[in-house]
Design a protein around this ligand. Structure first.
Ligand code: B3K
Ligand code: ZN
Length: 892
């Protein structure tokens, strides 16, 4: 692997480590301003490496001394430069003892060892361990860890690390210690410690095998009333992995710890998962249905990593999707299975595809486009992306679609059989899937190596006389920054046929597999494997011209280009047995008209909505045989970002205006229906986040938000009443959002009162105050001046990532018209915050920098202004994280 002195790290330059670590024995003398770390490591020369040098990485460390096989090394016996410590010609077996000093209280990057509200936490993935001690900090070096923590007992009563507690006791001068041992080999990125004033909810849980394990959820004292849901989620996750994959928890103790200052969602450290409070703390007063669902999914995700990530890990960081794509797929399946309502699995699929289209498709079309297995990076933290995670999960899902659930399981079993305890590559995963199913999946590799979203064009021809239908599928993939030409992908394309009345028709063909066990497909679904640039298949015995339900259940992460009339889409929306495609037909119908309206706004033409759309929506709303959660999704318009994705030149103000017009029209035309929906849905008390009730609430609250679109005082009062009487955060937040975002004078006054009340009521709940900031940041009424005012609020700080995300990211990523204001005020606000954040926390600054990765697709005046702002940022001294993003954007 390359040193940090080189700007770009390349996948093709991978070399095995020169030394492997056997055991690591760490001692921490914990002190906020100066912590002493002693690391005793036994290293053994790796026969696969020609080098006899030991290479250790280190960052922001004060080196006190090094002992090599018991002898103190003089300064000339090792080289230390640019974060690399090299010991040349080291003995075959080398015992190193390294002492370093670190300053946790000065660490604002939240990588390595840092403080949050007076407690110690660590974050080591990807390369944070090198901020703790000099070490071969790379995932293919796996070792057994023993950790001793020493600290003042009063200040830090709880001392945690990976694995099992083997010893604890008192030390002189009011100090105490705890010794932990992790029985499993692990890479340094999975190491963790926690120390401080924490309390836990705990429980003994019996595994399927009968073995008993201890489960704990650790939080600050005031939060003990918010841990029950995380604990339940953990138990469900353990069960699910036993049942679906036959995978058992391998430790006697499993801990989750919540921390308020955290760069991302959570971290799968072996046996000691550390979580952003956002994905642990919940009770009806502070958490919404969506929060509850997210907690379950993130708890599941981190737990599932124990096998996919920890037991089998990545050889190098280019293979990140090996663990992330697979684990996201697993958590998606877990959540889908957990919903349990009629269309529950489809509802989850719709939500996941929405995320993909909203975030990953734009990434794949912008300056940061990269393959699921990237070829190079400057800063690995910039590659924890929606492409690695969400597109990676789609790639894993395609194996399941191609091989069936059973075939996929066979592949998983073989993967663990071959690679348990190893650090491997994406190709190893592919090989396990292929070998277990005796299939040639060579072409499938292109999904790992090529960036960009493939487009699949469908053309059909019906021959009445011959009663045959031919389908021509062709694929293409647009050029991306590092790859101009693409090879064809292996695309599983699922489809079905409907007759004019909406009944399923039988598919007869020699060219397709009509597989009975296609995962998540209604009967009658056929699967074509598109492997060439263009392919034609012929169906016979087709008595009438069918309506085609294409790409069922979103069988591949592609953009479908297929012209269907409003009437055909409306038929699919009402009758497709594939619930995903029912939803998608509605989205395609709405999107088409949103684009037309946007064009009309730009050309100052009259705005009108055809009755097909209104009537299609009316019938979805009136159809009470549907799952309410599904109805809510089907009646939610495509987002502004999704509209932008379809435009050659993005005009944010026109998009927002067009979308607003459609919302208003649907609000007026269906007012009686919305009101009826709002008034008749009954949800049993007391509040419970379970999916049936959550689905009803989402439909009811969607109805409320449509009702707010008209400037009608009586209707507005509904939201105020709901706000005042709500016994849960979902309804309270929905009412407040509807009022704040309605954008008329009546609602504005009402919203102001509620916003003030909301702040007072929840000022002690950090996660709720985040919601309060986010809500105002995304209000279409609020521009950069309002953001500056909010940033001056005493509760605002850029040092806390959740808070920074709520206001600054909320505005820059989710307030399209205001962020892209033509006077450039939004861009200026963005730049100021990037520069300030970059000094505090480069990882968060780099995330914020991504807001303009597609700047050159915007209308000329915005493009020019954005470029000026980007250049201004680039002229400053930037971290490697932010520098990489800003320069890559400017290079497009
Ligand atoms: N593996 C961590 C992400 C670490 C991010 C480092 N910048 C969380 C997860 O995907 O489960
Ligand atoms: Zn993960």
């Amino acid at each position: 692997m390359t040193s940090r002195t080189q700007k770009t790290v390349y996948r093709k330059n991978y070399t095995p480590p020169s030394f492997l670590a056997n055991t690591v024995d760490l001692t921490f003398d914990l002190d906020p301003s100066q912590t002493r770390v002693t690391a005793k490591t036994e290293l053994i020369h790796n026969p696969q490496s020609k080098s006899t040098d030991i290479v250790l990485y280190g960052e922001d460390l004060e080196l006190v001394g090094i002992l090599l096989n018991g002898r103190k090394l003089a300064a000339g016996e090792y080289a230390l430069e640019n974060g690399l410590l090299r010991i040349t010609k080291a003995p075959e077996v080398t015992r190193l003892e390294i002492e370093t000093l670190i300053c946790p209280d000065k660490n604002t990057t939240l990588m390595g060892l840092y403080l949050s509200n007076g407690n110690f936490f660590t974050q080591c993935e990807a390369e944070g361990f090198r901020k703790i001690t000099y070490f071969p900090d790379r995932p293919d070096v796996m070792a057994k860890y023993t950790v001793t923590l020493k600290a003042n007992k009063k200040q830090f009563p709880v001392l945690l690390s990976n694995g099992n507690l083997v010893e604890e006791g008192a030390l002189p001068r009011g100090r105490h210690y705890a010794k932990w041992e992790d029985p499993f080999n692990k890479p340094s990125y999975l190491f963790a410690i926690v120390a401080g004033k924490l309390v836990c909810q705990e429980e003994t849980f019996t595994l399927a095998s009968g073995r008993k394990v201890l489960l704990q959820v650790w939080v600050e004292k005031g939060n003990l009333d918010k841990t029950a849901h995380a604990m339940e989620s953990l138990k469900h996750s353990i069960r699910w992995d036993e049942e679906r994959y036959g995978l058992e928890l391998d430790l006697d103790r499993f801990m989750i710890v919540a921390v308020g200052d955290f760069n991302m969602g959570a971290m799968e450290n072996k046996g000691l998962n550390i979580f952003n409070t956002r994905y642990v703390l919940a009770n009806p007063r502070i958490a919404t249905d969506v929060d509850y669902a997210n907690i379950e999914s993130v708890v599941g995700h981190e737990y599932f990593h124990n096998w996919t990530g920890n037991r089998v890990t990545c050889r190098d960081w280019f293979q990140l999707s090996l663990k992330e794509g697979l684990t996201v797929f697993r958590d998606q399946e877990f959540s889908a299975d957990r919903i349990g309502t009629k269309d529950g699995r489809a509802v989850k699929r719709i939500e996941d595809v929405r995320t993909l289209r909203q975030h990953q498709f734009p990434e794949d079309a912008g300056a940061m486009a990269h393959p699921v297995r990237p070829d190079s990076y400057e800063e690995i933290n910039n590659f924890y992306t929606v492409t690695i995670y969400e597109k990676g999960a789609e790639v894993v899902r395609m194996y399941q679609t191609l091989l069936g659930r059973e075939g996929f399981r066979k592949g998983m079993d073989l993967y663990f059989q071959r690679h348990d305890g190893q650090a491997v590559t994406c190709s190893d995963f592919l090989a396990a899937m292929a070998d277990a199913n005796k299939q040639d999946l060579t072409q499938f590799e292109n999904w790992y190596s090529q960036a960009g979203t493939p487009r699949v064009k469908l053309r059909t021809r019906y021959n009445k006389k011959a009663q045959s239908l031919s389908l021509t599928l062709s694929q293409s993939c647009p050029p991306t920054p590092e790859q101009a030409k693409k090879r064809p992908f292996l695309i599983p394309f699922a489809f079905g046929l409907l007759d004019a009345k909406g009944k399923s028709m039988v598919v007869n063909s020699h060219d397709v597999t009509v597989r009975k066990k296609l995962a998540d497909a209604p009967s009658g679904t056929a699967l074509v494997q598109l492997t060439r640039k263009s392919q034609t298949i012929t169906l016979t015995g087709v008595p009438e011209k069918p309506v085609i339900s294409a790409l069922r259940n979103f069988s591949a992460p592609v953009i479908l280009e297929y012209d269907q009339s409003d009437e055909e889409l409306a038929l699919l929306l009402s009758a497709d047995p594939d619930a995903f495609n029912r939803w998608d037909a509605g989205q395609r119908l709405a999107l088409r008209h949103l684009l037309r309206l946007t064009h009309a706004v730009q050309h100052k033409e009259a705005l009108e909505l055809p009755s097909t759309l209104v009537e299609a929506y009316r019938s979805v709303l009136a159809n009470d045989s549907l799952d309410p959660a599904f109805q809510a999704l089907a009646l939610t318009l495509p987002s502004e970002i999704m509209i932008a994705e379809e435009m050659k030149e993005i005009d944010p103000q026109a998009i927002v205006q067009a979308r607003h017009f459609m919302l208003q029209t649907l609000s007026h035309s269906l007012q009686d229906e919305w009101l009826k929906t709002y008034q008749t849905i009954r949800i049993p008390a007391p509040y419970s986040p379970e999916p049936d009730n959550a689905g009803k609430r989402s439909l009811r609250n969607l109805a409320l938000s449509y009702l707010m679109e008209g400037d009608d005082k009586k209707l507005m009062q509904l939201a105020v009443t709901q706000y005042d009487n709500a016994d849960n955060m979902t309804d309270r937040m929905a009412a407040l959002t509807a009022l704040t975002h309605a954008g008329n004078l009546t609602s504005k006054k009402m919203a102001e009162r509620c916003l003030r009340h909301f702040y007072r009521e929840f000022r002690l709940e950090a996660l709720v105050i985040d919601k309060w900031f986010a809500l105002q940041a995304t209000s279409p009424e609020n521009g950069a001046p309002e953001m500056r005012k909010l940033a001056d609020h005493p509760a605002f700080t850029l040092k806390n990532p959740n808070r920074a995300r709520s206001l600054v990211f909320g505005f820059c990523m989710n307030n399209m018209a205001q962020f892209h204001a033509t006077d450039g005020s939004g861009y200026d606000f963005w730049a100021e915050n990037i520069l300030e954040l970059d000094r505090i926390n480069p990882q968060i600054a780099a995330r914020l920098s991504r807001a303009l990765t597609q700047y050159n697709r915007f209308k000329p005046e915005l493009k020019k202004r954005a470029r000026k702002t980007l250049k201004h940022i680039a002229s400053r001294k930037l971290s490697r994280d932010t520098g990489e993003i800003i320069n890559k954007i400017l290079a497009t």
